[in-house]
Write a protein that binds this ligand. Structure first.
Ligand code: MD3
Ligand code: FE
Length: 222
């Protein structure tokens, strides 16, 4: 009997995935599978990313130090995050085409607003959606997101495709970092006390969930 329970527990540890929403830290809410609140599946979102990138292609931005980032990026919505020799900033135009970024669909605005509401942030209306594309090996080093006009608004993240280890640090670069696996369909809300925490993504490993990882961050830039 005891032996059977141990085996069941081991199987549970091996195969159980989180389904409960959980505070990783004050202001940082993980909503596993939260994308499914819009109906099952992520095919519509992958198709939308394909449509965005046909108009505004993924590109590897340069860091102020001149290095090319391993993550490829594009944007949708009234503002997009870009870099050039003047540094990072939000711009209404794609510098590659001098055209506005593709629009944000109502469904994504509602998803972001509902997720923010669940974390206690009312009336979140994003004006920017940064789309990150990770191939196996791509990573994002620890950073803070501070190019937005106000840190009173949260950021809502949607993960798709390959799983990744998200790293959440503190308000100082050297603070200890906690790890959280982000799987396809997971949402993360970062606001309040968590809004200026250092964070990053460990090198993405190849896996069974496809060839790529996408992360969308819905933001209020202005
Ligand atoms: C914690 N993206 O685009 S999303 C980024 O998975 C970024 O691609 C990561 O960091 C990714 O800037 C992480 C989760 C996230 C987004 C914003 C945050 C975590 C955050 C802002 C403050 C603290
Ligand atoms: Fe970030």
């Amino acid at each position: 009997m005891a032996r059977q329970r141990t085996l069941d527990n081991a199987m549970g540890d091996l195969f159980e995935q989180e389904t409960q929403s959980r505070w990783l830290a004050p202001g940082a809410l993980h909503l596993p599978g939260g994308l499914d609140s819009l109906g099952p599946g992520s095919a519509w979102l992958l198709a939308w990313i394909g449509a965005v990138s046909s108009q505004a292609p993924f590109r590897h931005l340069r860091t102020p130090g001149g290095q090319s980032m391993s993550v490829a990026m594009t944007n949708a919505g009234p503002c997009g995050w870009v870099s050039d020799r003047r540094g990072y900033r939000y711009s209404p135009l794609d510098p590659l085409s001098q055209q506005p970024w593709p629009p944000l669909p109502r469904e994504l605005l509602t998803l972001a607003s509902d997720a923010a509401q669940a974390a206690g942030f009312a009336d979140f209306e994003p004006d920017a959606c940064l789309i990150n594309r990770y191939l196996p090996g791509a990573r994002m080093s620890l950073h803070q997101d501070r190019d937005e006009a106000s840190f009173a608004h949260p950021i809502v993240s949607v993960s798709l495709g390959l799983a990744a280890e998200f790293l959440l640090g503190g308000l100082t670069r050297g603070d200890t970092v906690q790890r959280q696996t982000l799987r396809s369909g997971d949402l993360l809300v970062l606001g309040g006390e968590a809004r200026l925490r250092f964070h990053g993504v460990a090198p993405v490993k190849a896996g069974a969930e496809g060839e790529l990882r996408f992360n969308l961050t819905l933001r209020r830039a202005q």
